[in-house]
Design a protein around this ligand. Structure first.
Ligand code: ASP
Length: 310
């Protein structure tokens, strides 16, 4: 069993080997490996799980391949609105932001909401004003521009469809929401998630990622969970908290609880996607019901994996 662990995801969806080029696959694998090592090296030095998940998610937010931070998808009105959250399993403190624009690292803003302590979730312009007051880094629109995201959005323009970015029918171009869970040397767990949401979303649509209990949850007593997938069913299933409840009230293991939620409860309401989880005993799991999930884990007992497909 591991003394400390970290797991990350870069989104789940219709990610098929047949759609991938060798170069693109390597680019994903390298980016996942880098984020994993960023978080793991902090844990190795005895730094907290909260700081490790924040750092791992920031690394993925800075990579244009993933639908979070820099590589966020376009909403129907052509804007890029991002959601993020973080939770500390030791204190049950949490922070979240939704529909924020021009924030370089939304997870850092969520972390600052948490540490500032008065509120749990800030939204839109208010969250942006708070960011400025806290010296959080902002970027102009062109920092967030990428041609492939723009092309994804163009394919849906004029329709009312909002689509998981991996499922937009552009071959070779499949990208995703990001998240991390970790256990540190002191036995504390944490989770964080960050996303640009769904391509062509409208009316200020917010998914599960910034909602504590749906896309993100952490409690030392049970588990730390970060989800990815079609946000609406994940919200309705209170997905991350449901894993925690199955562990707390039914005594299930992390793996058993995640399996029931992903392969039974979510599927019953068409909830496509997956999640990563860690517990305070050193277990780590990565479970999904979609074709693939960009994912990786590194544990102090030597287990180390980065994978994409089923
Ligand atoms: N869960 C995210 C949302 O619905 C999307 C994703 O995981 O890719 O906003």
């Amino acid at each position: 069993m591991s003394d400390f662990t970290i797991a990350i995801h870069g989104g789940a969806g219709t990610i098929l080997r047949s759609d991938m080029t060798t170069d693109l696959e390597r680019a994903y694998t390298d980016a996942l490996e880098q984020a994993l090592m960023t978080g793991y090296s902090l844990l190795e030095k005895g730094i907290s799980s909260v700081d490790a998940v924040k750092a791992a998610v920031m690394s993925l937010e800075d990579c244009i391949l993933f639908n979070a931070g820099r590589g966020s998808v376009f909403a129907k009105d052509g804007s890029q609105e991002m959601d993020a959250s973080i939770m500390d399993g030791e204190t049950l403190m949490a922070g979240a932001v939704s529909a924020v624009r021009n924030i370089k690292n939304p997870v850092e803003l969520a972390y600052t909401v948490m540490t500032e302590g008065e509120h749990v979730m800030l939204n839109g312009q208010g969250a942006y004003d708070f960011a400025l007051s806290q010296g959080i880094k902002t970027e102009k629109d062109d920092y967030f521009f990428s041609q492939f995201r723009y092309d994804q959005w163009k394919q849906l323009q004029g329709t009312d469809k909002a689509v998981l970015d991996h499922n937009v029918a552009i071959r070779d171009k499949k990208f995703g929401t990001v998240g991390a869970v970790a256990l540190d040397k002191k036995g504390n767990i944490a989770a964080a998630t960050s996303t640009g949401g769904m391509t062509n979303k409208k009316w200020g649509r917010v998914g599960d990622s910034p909602i504590i209990g749906a896309g993100t949850y952490a409690n030392n007593k049970t588990c730390a969970i970060s989800c990815t997938g079609h946000g609406e069913p994940f919200i309705r299933a209170v997905t991350a908290y449901d894993v925690s409840c199955l562990m707390e009230y039914k005594g299930l293991s992390l793996q058993e609880a995640m399996h029931i939620v992903v392969h039974d409860k979510l599927l019953r309401i068409d909830g496509e996607g997956g999640m990563i989880g860690a517990d305070a005993k050193g277990n780590t799991a990565m479970v999904f019901n979609s074709e693939g999930m960009y994912r990786g884990m590194k544990c102090s007992d030597g287990r180390h994996e980065v994978s994409i497909y089923k």
